[in-house]
Design a protein around this ligand. Sequence first.
Ligand SMILES: [Zn+2]
Length: 435
Amino acid sequence: MTNHARPFHLAIALASLASPLDVAARAAEHMSAAHASIRAADASRHVHALADDALEGREGGSRGGRAAGAYVVGSIEKLGLQPAGDNGTYYQNFGSLRNILALVPGGDPALAHELVVVGAHYDHVGYGNASNSNGPTGYVHNGADDNASGVAGLIEIAEALGHLPSPPRRSILIAFWDGEEKGLLGSYHFLRVRPAAVAPFTIVFSVNLDMIGRLRGERLEVFGARTAAGLRMACLEANAAANLELAFDWEITDDSDHYPFIAARIPTVMFHTGLHDQYHRPSDDTHLVNFGGMEPVARLAFDFVTAVAADPRPPRAFRPECRGESAATRRSLEAPAVDVVAAGPRPRWGVGTRGDRCEPEAPVVVRVAAGSPMARAGLMLGDRIVAIDGQPLADQQDMLAKLAAAADRATVDVDRKGRRVRLEATADAAAVGQP
Ligand SMILES: [Zn+2]
């Protein structure tokens, strides 16, 4: 034994006496290691491989489509993921198409039978035809954004899951869908016919990544956040590290693999960086992909998925009303309230909100009285109030009660376009009465 050995053993002994603080610090360390494993350089490597001309546009069932499948399988094999396809393989075959499925078993025996499906389609339109290309057809459509980007993001998310010290409570299925461009064939097939490896599970939630490679101005589109109550709040929390601007779109259309899940009444969220002029054209290529922007998008999706899978509460119920909601419904919820001339005493805070049954914990600001304490604090129409003095809200009534009980200074946390913003408000000394 040398002198050098002693401090080493001492360090081991100290490390084993973990305080709760150490445990929290280590959890944060694992989370940041997981985040750090999601790298633009890796995403770039995957996108370049999948969007290579040699893969001829990855049309489902074609030579290039099969080569793309082999690349995906090679990538998840390296990560040591458990196959969940047919007969112990990663592939779920149907006709000439193949979904690719891998399982991360849940860590809680009581919840591990509940499955969170995270998917991205890996096919594209090949050389394009009149029905699937915006032209010109006859050239390789590399689909770098659509959807080599989502596949790359999902491979990175799968890698990050491996950096967690223990798996989340619920099981997670990593799914690469085939035949999306032929009519969402892979996701529909999976919901109809499940491989034996996945059959025992109950699907409780799904997440879809489609076109995440064109982040512009930090703006990420989120679809499906009204398929269950509280999903907007869940997105806000998952966005804490990525801090992107979230554009919640209430429309639900059958244009990607989130749709079959929603039609099957499974709460589903889709992340998407938006359409562009190269959509379904040969010009959707690698040089236009924002690889740096894929990092925060994939990290947000990772945080969202792990939070859903780790949540000890019962799974969120599907909210059928989402099918009747649209951009117009959203506008009417967020419409500014007509400002009435106040006859009584000056309001203490100067804020008016409208409750949202889908997001009771985040009432929408629809009135900010000019010159009021809330206006001075910087509160804006369309903000959603999510906490008063650091305390989360049960609902709008609770918000009113907390504002009424607050001292003359209050901290107001708002969800502003999916970002949490903290405002400091000082009430008018002379003012009394309602908020
Ligand atoms: Zn497409």
